[in-house]
Design a protein around this ligand. Structure first.
Ligand SMILES: [Zn+2]
Length: 459
């Protein structure tokens, strides 16, 4: 097969924004192939609700394949809409991502239906669209090279970001393009390190923390331990608003380690989130994906997600039991930014009492209750009621599951011998531009922050 033309990539989402990842890769004849990588929901920004409702900039019926890097909502959240709008191709991801995406999409569908009702509009998709999407979905395991008609091939490599997360490598003739998805903050608590990407010529990479570095792994562990111990000493309750996917499992793993090695006294720990419970089951199923130190723990009989006094609260009625359990105790509940979910009921109850601690372990977007607490508000509105904040509020930034600026640069450095161009996306514009400059200044590789909707030729 002769190569007369070149591959092309167009950026339809995740440009100048962390969320809404959506990229189009076109592979020319003899069989013209149109491949989408990720189809994420836009989140956080005020206009997101409107933007997610807009038609796609291309005809979904003309797309042959959709490849998914990982199961976070900002990478999978618009898949059922794509299906509803005419996509009839095949969806590919790792098996882990497929299972997690089903849970995430079912959960999102419920929330979206309620939100749309509140706004008096029709939801962008329904349960039946999620079911249709799942019926089109096939899986490819890490490192299995899959050849397609048209002479191109695909390999998924471990990104180390969340369970099943992958960098997707497309090869056609002598050109190799890699979409990073989100890149893990390696070494991670549970997951393996981000893999190398040998021979990549073009890189479409994330930049959430393109302009910032995280606190060290030792520091974050010490801060978590200190928050638990100080709350136990006060005889209060430690409430951790946490994302159900990855963050909850990481915190449980850390606590298991603290308890097992007697670094902190054993107190009751409640996971009050039906989604987190389901996600944890998928993590248990794929323990072979865990890193060496976690494998060692498992080998020595440490179950990681099961320790004395840990309770998973599935039903709403179960969760009432938490209130009746005397302090000191620890509650992990969603949502991570206190925008909804069972965490709100606990916040109403716990915020007025100075004995309690609220520990924020994730990014808190502007306009959320979590952000108000992080910014030191003394009075907040929880489920339409005014609540005084006397509880202690602490924050840890080091549990991010994204690489920071130094490690993003190091990742590019590792691939520089074969790289022709880096497209820096999936970050706020300021973060993306900062990383572009760092790559140009420190590594002899072309880097740009692409324009939204712009097509680039990959020569
Ligand atoms: Zn992600």
């Amino acid at each position: 097969m002769k190569k007369n033309e070149n591959m092309k990539v167009t950026f339809y989402g995740g440009v100048g924004s962390v969320t809404g990842a959506n990229f189009l890769l076109e592979i020319p004849g003899p069989i013209d192939t149109k491949i989408l990588v990720d189809c994420g929901l836009m989140q956080g920004e005020r206009e997101a609700f409107t933007l997610n409702r807009k038609p796609f900039a291309y005809n979904p019926a003309n797309i042959d394949f959709l490849f998914i890097t990982h199961a976070h909502l900002d990478h999978v959240g618009r898949i059922p809409k794509l299906v509803r709008d005419g996509f009839k191709g095949v969806i590919y991801s790792t098996p882990e991502t497929k299972e997690l995406a089903k849970l995430i999409l079912d959960d999102a569908c419920g929330i979206m239906t309620r939100e749309s009702k509140d706004q008096g509009v029709l939801p962008i998709y329904e349960e039946k669209d999620v079911a249709t999407a799942m019926s089109l979905w096939k899986d490819i395991s890490y490192h299995t090279k899959r050849q397609f008609n048209g002479g191109w091939s695909v390999v998924f490599r471990d990104a180390g970001h969340i369970l099943g997360s992958s960098m997707i490598e497309f090869s056609w003739h002598d050109t190799k393009v890699v979409f990073t998805g989100d890149l893990g903050n390696s070494p991670a608590t549970l997951l393996r390190d981000t893999e190398n990407i040998p021979g990549a010529n073009y890189l479409i990479m994330e930049s959430v923390y393109g302009d910032r570095n995280h606190e060290s792994h030792d520091e974050r562990r010490e801060k978590l331990k200190d928050a638990i111990i100080s709350t136990i000493h006060k005889g209060g309750t430690l409430l951790i608003p946490a994302f159900s996917l990855e963050r909850t499992q990481v915190i449980l793993s850390e606590m298991d380690d603290f308890f097992r090695t007697s670094q902190i006294p054993i107190v009751p720990v409640f996971v009050d989130s039906p989604l987190a419970i389901k996600v944890t089951e998928v993590y248990k199923k794929y323990e072979t994906d865990f890193n060496e130190s976690s494998q060692e723990r498992l080998k020595h009989g440490d179950a990681i997600f099961s320790f004395p006094k840990l309770r998973f609260m599935d039903k709403m009625s179960d969760s009432k039991m938490i209130e009746r359990t005397p302090s000191p105790k620890i509650i992990i509940a969603g949502s991570g930014m206190s925008m909804g979910g069972r965490v709100l009921r606990h916040e109403s109850e716990l915020l007025p009492n100075p004995k309690n601690t609220i520990l924020l372990i994730g990014y808190q977007a502007v306009g959320t209750l979590g952000r108000a607490l992080e910014d030191g508000a003394r009075k907040v509105t929880v489920e339409r009621n005014e609540v005084n904040v006397h509880a202690e509020v602490r924050a840890i930034t080091g549990y991010s599951s994204h690489k920071d600026s130094d490690h993003l640069l190091e990742f590019v450095e590792g691939a520089k011998d074969s790289l022709k161009q880096v497209f820096v996306v999936m970050g706020e514009l300021k973060a993306s531009l900062f990383l572009v400059q760092r790559i140009k200044d420190n590594i002899d590789v072309g880097a740009i922050s692409p324009e939204h909707g712009q097509t680039y030729i990959l020569e």
